[in-house]
Ligand binder design. Structure first.
Ligand code: ADP
Ligand code: MG
Length: 694
């Protein structure tokens, strides 16, 4: 249960004064609908309203705050003229200008003969001072609320900075005095303010330096957020590890047979990674290891050998893929190899139904199936195992922490191997997985020819079609990828279908179409025909993004390449790098191309090294984009900025380790305060899985 002290922070913004239904919706869109969301919404700039010169020697075009006396109202004579209010500060006159405003409200706010503080941009027009639509008009006794430094927030249409400042001020007043969860010595050494002080200061910047991520208040807030993240992960991790694993040490016979049946030798990197995994499996603790390897580096065989080690010990193994197509693909690779050695593999997806599903579940529960390959369908409650000792999760970043854990719960202290082709920088590995063990296949099998990558404008289309026709006549198969993103889904889909139709004119029935809006069954049929070669040119939205294996496909055209993330382009290009044949990738762009886009596409031409591409992409686009979209499953931080706060992340990581080692249930006095921290940043969900006490 959320500690009571935090209740005010998780109340709706509608409980704040001046926020109606409409305001609630707007704020919801801007930053989130709860008081805490407003607190995490930090200013990005500031306006200095302290400049208050006598008008006689003021400088124009600056923001000023002036005490003036209202002399006269001049109503407009035509609708095009503004309403004017003549004022004076005793040294000179100032005309306030209003377009399209009710005269009554102006008269009320600026009564003739009285004094007011007006704040806004001072302009000089025909030698006269004027200010149009002052940002603030207040009574002299309210001067301090205006004549300071105003925080400037990211806004959305319908929410002005003035209003947002007022609302956030109220939100800040709701913050209860929270106990300190950081070690006093640590805070002191870092010169960190308390959480309450930090929050107040972050919303009250006094100069440009206060807005930087390295200002002390912002560092403190970032540290709190990172610590909550690392602590939650460390707790989950400890729980997984605590359940003493089992010592999986197969006799190697099955593995040897499979290796002998392959027409290639493992790369050194594959061998090394298998040793690392094998050592984990053999140890009395549970394995929790991330396996990272670029597209085509040969992760599947590593997964299979890992699972066979478990099968050699008489246990079962499961491999889970994010999509049906990928699961089937694993089946197609793994099943023949396993049949050879008398090992039973089966596929379980959302489409496994009726009697065949019942039978499959029976066999699985009875231990008659050695390796099960599937999708999310493996999580379903009625799926049980006789003795599941090894779980491989492919392309993990699409699964949440919860899903990962729930499959491992079906096992009997099962080892977990998570595989991903996405080059994840160390900082993201840490924030997404904590200190999961980490292996990397940093080598692709020898003999692969580089992909000939070209960057071309869309108007070269006729030539490309001619070249494609020639290639296809010579037996090649090709992908034609069109972008499809959520924001412009309809238009994108229409464009993809349009392209398919126009290519039909040249390729007739040899061209097929597959997109994300099709039924799984239709998709499968099209993919099947492409694999068999009935379809030779496959127009696809990004559904082929991950893992599909058609060795004959050696050409890929990517339309609107400038709209894709580099990591995504890299993954896509990986699809035509499966065989040993030279392949071609054409990145088609819609001119004109911005400098930045050109630089990005050139990186694709220059290198095939996924890690280098990821790093350059990070430089050019910033972290959030690296993994494509938000659906990547990585935690998003509200206060921490991983590029600026890297060092804080590493420190938080160590801090979390120490906390969990010393006080795994968070029961000490500090532990109690850390629970508040977990709830404050809503990490209790992970942590709860680890500690029933929370
Ligand atoms: P990924 O890491 O992208 O999942 P795969 O496991 O699908 O890569 O392997 C890509 C292709 O490389 C497959 O056709 C596989 O049989 C082949 N392969 C894997 N390991 C080797 C190796 N050591 N030597 C040659 N080919 C290999
Ligand atoms: Mg793969």
């Amino acid at each position: 249960m959320r500690p009571e002290i935090l209740f005010p922070l998780f109340a709706s913004v509608a409980t704040l004064g001046g926020v109606g239904d409409k305001g609630e919706k707007l704020l919801q869109r801007l930053c989130g609908g709860r008081v805490a969301d407003l607190l995490w919404h930090l200013p990005v700039n500031l306006i200095d309203r302290t400049y208050s010169p006598p008008l006689i020697n003021a400088r124009p075009n600056l923001i000023v705050s002036l005490k003036v006396k209202i002399i006269e109202h001049v109503a407009p004579k035509t609708s095009k003229q503004p309403y004017r209010v003549i004022c004076s500060d005793g040294t000179d006159q100032l005309t306030l200008i209003f377009f399209k405003v009710y005269a009554q409200s102006i008269a009320k706010n600026l009564p003739v003969g009285q004094e007011r503080i007006v704040s806004g941009k001072l302009e000089s027009f025909n030698g006269q001072w004027q200010m149009s639509h002052p940002d603030y008009i207040v009574r002299p006794q309210e001067a301090p609320s205006v004549m300071g430094i105003e925080a400037v927030y990211p806004l959305t249409a319908g929410v002005s900075n003035k209003i947002l400042n007022k609302i956030i001020k109220q939100a800040l007043q709701r913050v209860p005095r929270l106990p300190e969860w950081l070690e006093p010595n640590f805070s002191k050494a870092r010169k960190f303010p308390t959480f309450n002080e930090a929050l107040a200061a972050a919303h009250r910047p006094q100069n440009a330096a206060d807005l930087l991520p390295l200002s002390l208040p912002r560092q403190r807030l970032a540290y709190d957020e990172l610590l909550a993240n690392q602590l939650a992960l460390a707790m989950v991790r400890r729980e997984v590890k605590k359940q003493c694993g089992r010592e999986i040490k197969g006799n190697g016979l099955l593995r040897k047979k499979v290796l002998d049946s392959l027409n290639f030798k493992l790369t050194e990197a594959q061998e090394r990674v298998l040793k690392e995994i094998g050592a984990d499996q053999a140890s009395p603790y549970r394995m929790l290891r991330l396996l990272q390897g670029d597209v085509g580096s040969g992760k599947t065989i590593v997964a299979l050998l890992t699972m066979l080690n478990a099968v050699e010990c008489g246990t079962q193994a499961a491999i889970m893929a994010p999509t049906e197509i990928l699961a089937k693909q694993h089946l197609e690779t793994i099943q023949p190899l396993c049949e050879n050695i008398g090992i039973r593999t089966e596929l379980l997806t959302g489409r496994t139904k009726g009697k065949s599903r019942t039978k499959l579940l029976e066999d699985l529960a009875a231990g008659k199936i050695d390796i099960i390959i599937g999708t999310h369908a493996l999580f379903v409650e009625d799926v049980t195992f006789k003795d599941l000792a090894c779980v491989v999760v492919d392309e993990q970043h699409r699964f949440g922490v919860h899903q990962r854990l729930s499959l491992s719960e079906k096992g009997n202290q099962a080892d977990i191997l998570v595989m991903t082709a996405t080059p994840i920088p160390r900082t993201l590995v840490l924030t997404a997985y904590g200190d999961m063990e980490y292996s990397k296949i940093d080598q692709v099998p020898e003999g692969r020819k580089p992909v000939d990558t070209r960057v071309m404008p869309l108007d070269k289309l006729p030539e490309i079609v001619t070249a494609l026709q020639r290639k296809i006549q010579n037996g090649a198969r090709a992908y034609w990828v069109c972008p499809l993103v959520e924001e412009s889904e309809k238009i994108d889909l229409a464009a993809a279908i349009g392209r398919f139709e126009s290519l039909q004119k040249y390729f007739g029935s040899a061209v097929g179409l597959v997109h994300g809006k099709m039924k799984e069954k239709e998709k499968d049929q099209v993919m099947e025909s492409f694999k068999k070669g009935d379809i030779k040119l496959l127009v696809a939205t990004t559904v082929i993004e991950v893992g599909v294996n058609v060795p004959e496909a050696t050409v890929m055209v990517i339309e609107h390449a400038e709209r894709f993330g580099l990591a995504q382009l890299h993954q896509l290009r990986g699809r035509i790098k499966r065989g040993f044949e030279a392949s071609t990738c054409i990145l088609l762009y819609n001119p004109p191309l911005s400098e930045n886009s050109r630089a990005r596409l050139n990186i694709m031409r220059e290198t095939e090294d996924g890690f280098r591409i990821a790093e350059e992409d990070l430089e050019l686009r910033g972290g959030g984009e690296l993994l494509g979209t938000r659906q990547s499953g990585f935690d998003e931080f509200r206060l921490a900025d991983l590029s600026a706060h890297k060092d804080l992340l590493y420190t938080a990581h160590k801090d979390a380790q120490m906390i969990v080692a010393a006080d795994p249930q968070l029961q000490s006095a500090r532990g109690q305060t850390l629970r508040i921290l977990l709830y404050l940043f809503e990490k209790e969900e992970y942590a709860m899985q680890a500690t029933p006490l929370l």
